[in-house]
Design a protein around this ligand. Sequence first.
Ligand SMILES: Nc1nc2c(c(=O)[nH]1)N[C@H]1C(S)=C(S)[C@@H](COP(=O)(O)O)O[C@H]1N2
Ligand SMILES: [Mo]
Length: 216
Amino acid sequence: MVNLSERRRFLKIMLGIGAIALIGSVGGSKLSELLASNEGARSALTPLDQWYVVQIGNTPNVNVDNYRLMVDGLVNNPLSLSLKDIMQMESTSLRDTIQCVSDSFFLKANVEWRGVPLQSILKLAKPLSNATKVILYGADGYTSDLPLYKAMEPTTLVVYEADQELLLQQHGYPVRMAVPGWWGYKYVKWLVRISLTNTDYLGYWESRGYPDIAKK
Ligand SMILES: Nc1nc2c(c(=O)[nH]1)N[C@H]1C(S)=C(S)[C@@H](COP(=O)(O)O)O[C@H]1N2
Ligand SMILES: [Mo]
């Protein structure tokens, strides 16, 4: 999708198919195990230095001292949360596989996230009854969006840790989204704003033709 030329991407996809064919010839059950959608729950964590990076531009430098996560739009109670505010809320941890839609075989990582359910933050902000969507903004200008029902699922998290460490800068420090079950482009890094809307807003990749309902 980004950072890979079309040609290299094509080669990588072909390699992926080769690997699948090879495993497939060894045993069909192994193939289905590998491709199981909840594999993050069972597979070993990906070493941090093998975790892929995909992004539309450079890694922004977010200063944690004046970091705020704004929650606004169709809410009764707009919020401005510091990292400390977020870390003091009740947290959830879960294992997940983050996967890029452009090369879902190589560009993926098994990660143990820790963060706050987006649901808890939205409940504090008190959405108005006409809100239908949540727009997620990154400090690099990237955006994505979630329908309110997905935003309210208990596994949709505003995360600040991966594998029990603070996020690395290239993976979204200090705060990013994790949306288990959906493609990586929903996992907005350097999350700085959450805005509720009743418009059919489409994010960066969604407005370029990738599915808005991004179920893997
Ligand atoms: N702010 C921001 N978030 C982003 C992106 C981006 O360009 N900017 N790219 C998305 C895409 S397409 C993917 S696949 C994942 C990759 O996350 P990673 O680099 O931590 O593996 O981040 C998503 N979140
Ligand atoms: Mo991606």
